[in-house]
Ligand binder design. Structure first.
Ligand code: MF3
Ligand code: CO
Ligand code: CO
Length: 269
């Protein structure tokens, strides 16, 4: 019943391919970071992401990615305030006090690097900073909780415990995922424990994302009926997310989508 994870284990050459794809993706995030400021539109950020990616001979995985109703129309997701994920970049003008997530996925020589980062724009409310901090801390707590051969559910256990301790909730409908030659592949990496996740292990050589979405209010979500993509909090509360692509090495997890320019472990927002 459960898919064997053996086929998903990468050899040394394949691990280097993933390192390369993820490092390109992380450098793209470095390029975009200075543009996240009041007055810039989310469409401008998308255009810069597209230009940088194709000018280096790579491809944005989001552009044309198949959805339930229609393909995703842009090169990255930009999700502001009550948008949990899959926000479509456009005319929205970034404002002081926003929290804004950029989710980037690049295809480099057929391999996918996937990461996201939430930005606190200017002087934001304490609640906006707190939910962003919680999502960031939950990602690192999960990374610190996993070891080769551990259960996938170890991730959801620590994330739910921390989020609830801080009075926040964890989105369940959207999950982390195996990543490699495909954008989304097995195993599914839920951010709350499930029966399936208790039966699956993170073996050395597996590549996957951890990408907790933390809501200030309830965990419930609503998908935009018109655009078929934008996912918002049902109660209108705030939502924040961070994502890294992780390679489980024989010695422990290696974060592939990191450069020295982004928020580092322990960062305070
Ligand atoms: N990057 C998202 C993830 O972390 C998926 C975005 S799919 C898109 O899995 F089509 F909306 F771009
Ligand atoms: Co992503
Ligand atoms: Co992802």
């Amino acid at each position: 019943m459960l898919q064997s994870t053996r086929k998903l284990r990468l050899n040394e050459f394949e691990r280097d391919c993933m390192r390369k794809a993820c490092q390109f993706n992380a450098q793209l995030m470095d390029v975009l970071r200075p543009y996240v400021k009041p007055g810039v539109t989310t469409g401008e950020i998308d255009r810069i992401a597209y230009e940088f990616t194709v000018s280096h001979g790579h491809r944005p995985a989001c552009l044309g990615y198949p959805g339930k109703k229609k393909p995703f129309p842009k090169s990255c997701c930009v999700s502001v305030n009550d948008v949990i994920c899959h926000g479509i970049p456009g005319d929205y003008v970034i404002a002081d006090g926003d929290i804004l997530n950029i989710d980037l996925t690049s295809v480099v020589d057929g391999w996918h690097g996937d990461q996201s980062e939430t930005f606190v724009v200017g002087q934001a409310a304490a609640l906006a900073r707190a939910v962003t901090q919680c999502a960031f801390d939950c990602l690192y707590l999960a990374i610190d909780a996993i070891r080769p051969g551990c259960r996938v559910s170890d991730i959801g256990e620590v994330i739910v415990a921390e989020a609830e301790k801080r009075g926040f909730s964890v989105v369940e409908e959207y999950v982390g995922h195996g990543v490699g030659r495909q954008f989304h592949q097995k195993p599914s990496i839920p951010h709350a424990p499930t029966r399936q996740a208790r039966q699956e292990r993170l073996d050395p050589g597996l590549c996957f994302t951890i990408e907790p979405m933390i809501n200030s209010g309830t965990r419930y979500t609503a998908e935009d009926k018109k655009d078929g993509w934008t996912v918002r909090t049902k109660d209108g509360g705030l939502s924040a997310q961070f994502e890294h692509t992780i390679l489980m090495q024989e010695t422990g997890p290696e974060i592939l989508t990191l450069t020295k320019h982004g928020p580092q472990r322990g960062h305070k927002f």
